[in-house]
Structure formats: C-alpha cells, structure tokens
Design a binder for this molecule. Sequence first.
Ligand SMILES: [Zn+2]
Ligand SMILES: [Zn+2]
Ligand SMILES: [Zn+2]
Length: 308
Amino acid sequence: MRHMVDRGSYSITPKIDAKGVTYPDLAGLYPNKTETEIGELLQRLVENSVLNAKLLDKVIICPTCASASVNSKYNCPRCSSFDIAKASIIEHIRCGYIGSIEKFHKGEQLICPKCKGIVTEVDYRKIGSSFECNSCGSRFEAPRISHKCNSCDDVFTYREAKYEPIFDFYLSEDTKRNLAGGRIPLGSIASVLKKQGYDVGIKADLVGKSGATHTFDIIARKGEQLIVANFTFQPKEEDIIGLFAKKYDIDPTLTLLIALSPPSREEEAVSKAYGVQIIFSSGLTPVGEQIQKLLDKETSSSEVDEGR
Ligand SMILES: [Zn+2]
Ligand SMILES: [Zn+2]
Ligand SMILES: [Zn+2]
C-alpha cells in the first residue's frame, strides 16, 4: 500500500493478454508469487476492507488448468471442423442456383457452377451471408463456438468454461486515512506545538457545545488557544465539511486538515468558506513549519485585536 502511495497511484489494474490476467503493478513486488497467489492476496485484502474491488470485465477461464489465456474458435455444427469460412450467398437469377460467391469465381469472371453461364452484376441476387464448412460442405447461419486453452491445449465449450469476473482494486477510504496518519510526521507536529507551550493530545476527544463528543487526530491547547487537526489522504469536500461540523460545535482557534496530497482549487475554496485550513504535507515545507507560520499569524492578529 505504501508502494502505491509512493508511486502516486491508488489503484491496481489488471492486464489481460495472451498470458491471461496479470497485475503488473504487483509482479515486481512479489516476484516469487504466482498469479493465482497474487489473486488470492488481493481477495483477502478486499475481505479485510484494505482494498475495494470494482468489476472491470469477465473472462473465460479454462476448466482444466484455470488459465485465462483462452482462444475462441468457430466450428462447423455438423462435423465440428474449425475450417469454416464466412461466405456471401448469391442466387443466379436465370437458373435459380444458390451458392457462395466463391464458387462462381473463375479467374476474373463469375461463372455459374450449375448452368456454366457467365454471370454479371445484374444477373445475380444477394441472398445474405452465412458460414460454409470447407470439410463437409454444409452451410449454416451461426457457427458453434469452442474455446482452446493456450496453456494446456484443452478444448471446451461455453458449458464447461468458467466465466469469471476480474476486478480493478483501489485503496479503501479507511486505508487512505491510515496511510495518511502513518506518513504524516505526527511527532514533529506535536513537538512544534509543545515547543510553543501547547498541551498536545493525539487521537483525543473533545465535548462540544451540543454535548456530542468529537475525536481529533491532534488536539493542542494553550490557555484560550485551541487547535484541532485531522489527517486525510486527499482533502475532499466531505472531509472539509465534516471537520467544519466539529469546528462549529467546538469553536477552536485553528482548525487544520493535514493532507498527503495537495487540495484542488475547488477544495481550497471550500476550505476557505468553512474556515478550515488545509496543510499539505509536501517535501518542501515540513508540516510543523507550516503550523508554526499559522500560529505566528494567529498570534499577531489576536494582538491587533487586543490593541484595538
Ligand atoms: Zn463440416
Ligand atoms: Zn446458373
Ligand atoms: Zn488449460
């Protein structure tokens, strides 16, 4: 999961080709695991709500060896030969002979196989197209479809085939939250605040005006000053509004949303409207330093207030 975050991609997408269904993103991480084992691992991660799965496609699976590398074939319904061809069927109007146009071709000309007359475009009628078997000569509308496994060479019909779903996997909201919490330098944030003389609580509760209890990832208090902060993966509108609801009930001095990825312009605007400050944990300015700046701004503006 950390590897995914480092690469900035939050989903695992399968590749479907001649080798079957593979997960290229994971093959490098687990060189000793078979595709089946990787599939089982992903399934377990879904069962434990680490990943969510979204149906991407369904594939034909070999009933003998479980490979997804399967070719489909068209067969003659009478003799089962695979040597069948699509044919345009025409009728020679004068003699009534019906057959595939292939049978009329004699060099550059069309010659009727029955009456041997020369056939031009005005002499025949298109009947339609169908299949023709090159082995037994029978003509039919729809071929029988069979599948051949590229791995074990087994040939099977749709009745015997397994038809299985394949999924796109992506990080669940819970996982994103946990990862965000784990990667944000909690210690350095706490130490910046402690240095400023704050009492710092991590994963602590506050009781609001309404009597409801709210949990925050960080609560810091110094006299009248109260800072509350939550972690998030991407600063989504619902996070901002959720935090605003708590802020409204608690009335802190600063309400922070500490995110792993930067906010979009809309999210920036929403956070301004709700009075929630987004701090983006970039490599450039440490989160602790950014909080320090906000505190400095807050202190200077409250001094101006007192001066009035
Ligand atoms: Zn046939
Ligand atoms: Zn004819
Ligand atoms: Zn097989």
